[in-house]
Design a binder for this molecule. Structure first.
Ligand code: PHE
Length: 452
């Protein structure tokens, strides 16, 4: 194995702010914008939000700090990093699992990313601005995702955009793109929130969103909240580890972690404030996952003053969020080939993205020509999503926590963290969370998924 730690191919973040935006860009994605509101809707609104926030703080935050720390310590990709800290041990497997998870997730994430681009185009051409009912909008969405060529073209376009950014490297590509795209996302979101909250009847949605309904809290709720925290924070596959590997030594890791976690959580909470008031104001019920965003919202927008403009803004926002997450998934895979295989960036980006795209094709066709190709009642798309999100991520997160807590050791990790901060004041609490709370909590999620 050739380990080439060539900084020209790897790169570094130029500014602390740029790094925080890029990591936030990875975290904020489709997980926040369609998944979060729908899960909140199904799990008792405000009560779920509180549990989600607790999971984020108790499990997500410590694991993110662990990933950043391993990354900065080693300046390597997930595989190289574990290899460097514990040479020739099975722990390197966490890194391989992470690269594989990145490969899997991007293969279907790119498909949904393509849908978001298509809906930007369809908003601009006003194709999706005249639905009389959510049923019409749903039917339109159904026929759209079964159209082979359209799906493939938009999927390719999404991957092409990610490739274009990642090709330019860490600073000129990822950091610059996120510096432009992330503020846009926040501004659009705030604009949309005002539009949503000023609709007649919006307060009913706010009440649904913020009023805890304790009767809907069951044992599953915590597990769902934890799983969502994982996916949403991009943890468990070495994505944050890779981003941490481009950090200079004088970076304050604890505060960077706090910013990213707070940012991701704020965006999710904001999205809820956009979607529920709008859905309730239009007299609709909060529907399920993909249909909430792609079927229900166009109908909501159609019935709203300035609806077409709102629709354009919303889908651009969704596409931006998906792109800044897509590039982080691609970068984690690319970093492996640059560091471990000694490829140059161009070769690594072009080859991995092509293979990931091709592997994603059956996912893209899972709602059309391949919709009958089901195994255990799930299509190809669902299987890949399920394997990656429900198994590989939790397992990767749990093993990372165990590795840092017990193998590499919190003492070594704290030394790395304290390279910048003179003293890591929360070190004891973090040590406890990473050694006990995170592994046990994730183990529970993992087991629950396994026996579901
Ligand atoms: N966090 C991203 C989202 O919320 C998804 C993602 C998962 C990105 C894992 C990178 C790694 O959409």
């Amino acid at each position: 194995m050739t380990v080439s730690n060539d900084n020209k191919q790897r790169g570094f973040w130029k500014s602390r702010f740029g790094f925080i935006l890029a990591a936030s860009g990875s975290a904020v994605g489709l997980g926040n914008i369609w998944k979060f509101p729908y899960i909140v809707g199904e799990n008792g609104g405000g009560a779920f939000v509180i549990i989600y926030i607790l999971c984020t703080i108790a499990v997500g935050l410590p694991i993110m700090l662990a990933e950043f720390t391993i990354g900065r310590k080693t300046n390597l990709n997930p595989v190289g990093a574990f290899q460097a800290l514990k040479a020739n041990s099975p722990w390197t497997g966490i890194g391989y699992m992470g690269v594989l998870a990145g490969f899997f997730i991007l293969s279907f994430y790119g498909v949904v990313g393509g849908w978001t681009l298509a809906y930007v185009a369809k908003s601009l051409t006003q194709t999706i601005s005249n639905f009389a009912s959510p049923q019409d909008a749903g039917q339109f969405f159904g026929s759209f995702i079964s159209n082979t060529w359209e799906i493939l073209c938009y999927h390719a376009l999404f991957m092409g955009l990610c490739v274009g950014i990642v090709l330019r490297g860490v600073h000129s590509g990822i950091e610059r793109a996120c510096e432009i795209l992330m503020p846009m996302l926040v501004i659009f979101l705030i604009l949309l929130m005002f539009r949503s909250l000023t609709l007649p009847g919006a307060m009913e949605g706010v009440e649904f969103y913020l009023k805890p309904d304790l009767s809907k809290i069951g044992s599953q709720t915590i597990l769902i909240a934890l799983g969502q925290a994982f996916f949403s924070l991009s943890l468990g596959m070495g994505c944050m580890l890779t981003y941490g590997s481009y950090l200079p030594e004088d970076e304050n890791l604890t505060s960077a972690t706090a910013y990213v976690v707070i940012f991701d959580t704020m965006i999710a909470l904001l999205v809820g404030m956009v979607i529920f008031p709008a859905v309730f104001a239009m007299g609709l019920e909060p529907a399920e996952g993909p249909s909430l965003v792609f079927s229900v919202l166009p109908a909501v927008f159609a019935g709203m003053p300035f609806g077409n403009l709102v629709s354009i803004i919303f889908f651009i926002l969704l596409a931006i969020a998906a792109i800044t997450s897509g590039i982080s998934l691609l970068e984690a895979v690319v970093a492996y080939f640059i560091d471990q295989r000694g490829w140059d960036r161009k070769k690594a980006v072009l080859i991995t993205s092509t293979v990931i795209f091709l592997f994603g094709v059956p996912s893209g066709l899972s709602f059309g020509v391949l919709s009958d190709a089901k195994l255990f009642g799930m299509n190809f798309f669902d299987h890949i999503d399920n394997i990656a999100s429900n198994y590989l991520l939790p397992l990767g997160g749990m093993l990372t926590a165990i590795f840092v807590g017990w193998v590499w050791g919190t003492k070594s990790a704290k030394e790395e963290i304290e390279k910048h901060e003179t003293q890591f004041h929360w070190g004891h609490i973090w040590g406890f969370l990473i050694r006990y709370v995170s592994p046990v909590a994730v183990l529970l999620v993992f087991l629950a998924k396994l026996f579901q």
